[in-house]
Write a protein that binds this ligand. Structure first.
Ligand code: PXL
Length: 393
């Protein structure tokens, strides 16, 4: 039996605000990876804009004792993934934890989580940036956003579109810190896109992955991205694909939030978790109930190469899910109805499974945002709508 991976994530608990540990734990768990936590601090809420203050309980003193106890128990991890750390002292402790508690070959993944939109978060200063840059130098993978990258390398920050030369220079300065791989978040070469650079520091191999930009600024999306990336990576997905999946997950989380102005402090990542569960969990069912559920679903196979545009996609869905006797509206609402059933193939309300082959081809055909809207309709769990989605790349 393949050994399941176990990771340790070290970051704060912001009790309200959908960031750091309260997103990392559910997201990595949804990826099917055991997630142990070491809270660096407990805050009433995050320190970002919108809240009028916060409480802060520093847990630095507890960390060495917790780690010694784990060491005595023989507990070791396949990866240590760090996010928001509360002080320079905690950075030093994290370096020790990586040395003492990682299995041989275990991964050090560092999200510097200290700045955004051109500024440091409250409470951080240049000495902290320096120590964080040193921690990044010891990591296998770092996930800075553009602001953090600029602070750590001395490059000038720009909120405008970047040139490829600028991004390449930033990546080579980040590589000079010492990490093996850099995932640089939040870059864009056109105003309508947002993406990540995935850079292998030894080989110089560079890939970009972009999604459509959603014109809404959302807190905590960097943490959601890093957690989904880490979970996917631990499931054996390569860094480029993991970054693309994490980006899709974040876009979906933002889209799930955009029509709720009262939800200003984070994103509704919970609604996007099915995307990760479906794409990363393929274990065979163990219980009779789970096996029966899997067996009883009627399956439809959609091939990503079988349509060239959105209209073609709807035509193909008609072909798969109806007997052709009733015209269907070619829009998202009609797709929702179609999936519920009653169009001559599966009965109304019957659980079904859609296997989407060559999914990457569909991303190119339909565009990332349209594809995500479709996926969120497919996965939506309204009454009488139960469609499992299996994605094959
Ligand atoms: O999302 C990063 C983050 C994590 N933890 C705390 C924060 C922030 C960003 O503001 O304040 C406490």
């Amino acid at each position: 039996m393949a050994q399941d991976k176990k990771i340790l994530t070290v970051q704060d608990i912001s009790c309200v605000g959908q960031c750091s540990l309260t997103v990392a734990q559910p997201i990595i768990s949804a990826c099917g990876v055991e997630t142990c936590i070491l809270p660096s601090a407990v805050l009433s809420n995050h320190t970002g804009a919108g809240f009028h203050g916060f409480t802060f309980r520093d847990l630095t003193e507890d960390i060495p004792e917790i780690c010694s106890q784990w060491e005595k128990e023989g507990i070791r991890f396949d990866a240590v993934y760090t996010g928001y750390l509360g002080s320079v002292a905690q950075i030093a402790l994290v370096r020790e934890i990586m040395d003492r508690l990682l299995l041989p070959g275990g991964l050090k993944i560092v999200d510097p989580a200290m700045a955004d939109n051109g500024s440091l978060y409250q409470g951080f200063d240049q000495p902290f940036v320096q120590k964080m840059a040193e921690l990044c130098g010891k990591a296998d993978i770092i996930l800075p956003n553009l602001t953090e990258a600029c602070f750590m390398t001395g490059m000038e920050y720009t909120s405008d579109v970047q040139t490829e030369d600028y991004v390449r220079e930033l990546l080579s300065r980040l590589a000079a810190l010492g990490a093996r791989k850099v995932i640089l978040k939040g870059i864009f070469f056109r105003p309508d896109q947002l993406g990540n650079a995935v850079y292998d520091c030894a080989s110089g191999e560079l890939h970009y992955c972009f999604t459509e930009r959603i014109p809404r600024s959302s807190h905590g999306t960097g943490d959601c991205f890093a957690a989904a990336f880490t979970g996917a990576l631990m499931q054996g997905i390569d860094a480029c694909e993991a970054a693309a999946l994490a980006a899709d997950f974040v876009v979906e989380s933002i889209l799930q939030t955009e029509d709720d102005p009262a939800h200003w402090y984070g994103v509704k990542f919970e609604k996007a978790l099915p995307l990760l569960v479906r794409r990363l969990n393929r274990s065979a069912p163990k219980s009779a109930a789970a096996a029966a559920e899997e067996r009883t679903r009627r399956r439809y196979v959609l091939h990503g190469g079988s349509f060239r545009d959105l209209e073609g996609f709807y035509r193909e869905m008609d072909h798969l899910l109806t007997d052709g006797s009733v015209p269907t509206g070619h829009n998202l609402d009609a797709l929702n109805d179609l999936l519920r059933g009653g169009f001559g193939r599966h009965a109304y309300g019957e659980p079904i499974e859609l296997i989407w082959e060559s999914f990457e081809e569909s991303r190119e055909t339909l565009g990332a945002e349209q594809l995500l809207r479709i996926v969120s309709i497919i996965l939506n769990h309204e009454e009488e709508h139960d469609c499992a989605l299996k994605i094959e790349f």
